[in-house]
Design a protein around this ligand. Structure first.
Ligand code: BGC
Length: 339
């Protein structure tokens, strides 16, 4: 009877330990720490940021252990700075342990940084680099704060790679041989440094190499495929066969451009060249089969992992740097064939 009682006591004790969950259980049941992470994305309706967002979620899961869990909340800014600002306020009220933010507007960086810093929460900015007043300097709002950092890729590199892909072609983009490369530029969002730098540096690579260029048409399609298609269709109506190179600041818009070119009976690689950035899977396939001239890998895996790694550092109370850079990779036909 004594033995049965002892056994019963042991079972009761075991249950009370399990019921304590993360409390001071001691013994073999370890404590579980759950960190609250808030991730604000500028808008879900963006091909590249969707890949990036999903990888943040997946990567956090791989870092979980028996004792450390991450409760990650994602919010969609719907491309509205007001909406995103409210979402950050809510994250603060909810007591997030760290915030990862893909700003809707880089010009609002200061407001967001100020309130997150005041709430004593580490902040990891991603994808949209806040710039200084002259638009070309590291942003003091980041540099002044040891708990704020930016994780991204240097968009100048991606623009240069687009230009270099054109330079590597036999005719260097001058299909009709008149001595001038006539191009159109389909931009992302004008206030976004990725859009500005890609626009500038793609063309700069050509002019630095002594190639004469002429911009026939430049407009913004806000990173969007449908708008990209509309703009390229417009440009084709205005300039027709004169267009030799179509530069798009991202692959989403390049997909739209590819459709518009097809509709107009143009053939990429024969009477026009088409460049994008991101290396979306379908675009890499198109580079392989000649439907696109080239793209540039915008490494969403490298960037999302770097962002999560630095967020975890901050959660562990470790110091973080102010900037983390991930390289772009040039994706032309030779690169795809070699894969
Ligand atoms: C990507 C675009 C994306 C944008 C969002 C850029 O780095 O190339 O595809 O729309 O980020 O901010």
């Amino acid at each position: 009877m004594k033995k049965v009682l002892a056994l019963l006591m042991a079972v009761v004790m075991m249950f009370s330990l399990v019921a304590c969950g993360g409390g001071e259980t001691g013994g073999e049941t370890a404590d579980v720490t759950t960190y609250k992470v808030g991730v604000a994305i500028y808008q879900y309706n963006d091909n590249f940021m969707t890949l990036y967002r999903n990888e943040i979620a997946d990567y956090f899961k791989t870092l979980e252990t028996d004792t450390v869990k991450y409760d990650v909340t994602f919010v969609d800014g719907k491309n509205s700075m007001d909406e995103q600002s409210n979402q950050i306020d809510t994250f603060i009220t909810q007591g997030m342990d760290v915030i990862i933010c893909n700003l809707v507007q880089t010009s609002s960086a200061e407001v967001i940084i100020d309130k997150v810093v005041a709430a004593d929460i580490p902040l990891v900015l991603i994808n949209r680099e806040p710039l200084g007043d002259n638009g070309d300097e590291s942003y003091a709002g980041i540099l002044d704060n040891p708990t704020v950092c930016y994780v991204g890729a240097d968009a100048r590199q991606s623009g240069t790679y687009q230009g270099e892909i054109v330079l590597s072609l036999e005719d260097k983009g001058d299909i009709n041989g008149d001595g001038t490369v006539k191009y159109i530029m389909i931009m992302g969002d004008v206030e976004n440094p990725d859009a500005q730098y890609r626009t500038e540096f793609s063309v700069k690579a050509l002019t630095d190499a002594g190639v004469k260029v002429e911009c026939l048409y430049q407009d913004t399609a806000a990173w969007d495929q449908t708008k990209g298609q509309e703009l390229v269709a417009n440009a084709l109506t205005q300039f027709g066969k004169d267009i030799e190179v179509v530069f798009c600041n991202n692959d989403g818009m390049a997909l739209g451009a590819a459709q518009a070119l097809k509709d107009a009976g143009r053939v990429v690689g024969e009477d026009v060249y088409l460049l994008g950035v991101d290396a979306l899977t379908e675009c890499v396939e198109m580079v392989g089969n000649g439907e696109m001239t080239g793209t540039v890998l915008n490494d969403h895996i490298g960037q999302s992992h770097a962002a999560v790694d630095v967020a975890v550092k901050a959660l562990n109370g470790e110091a973080m740097d102010n900037y983390y850079w991930v390289n772009y990779v040039k994706v032309d036909k030779a690169y795809v064939d070699a894969q």
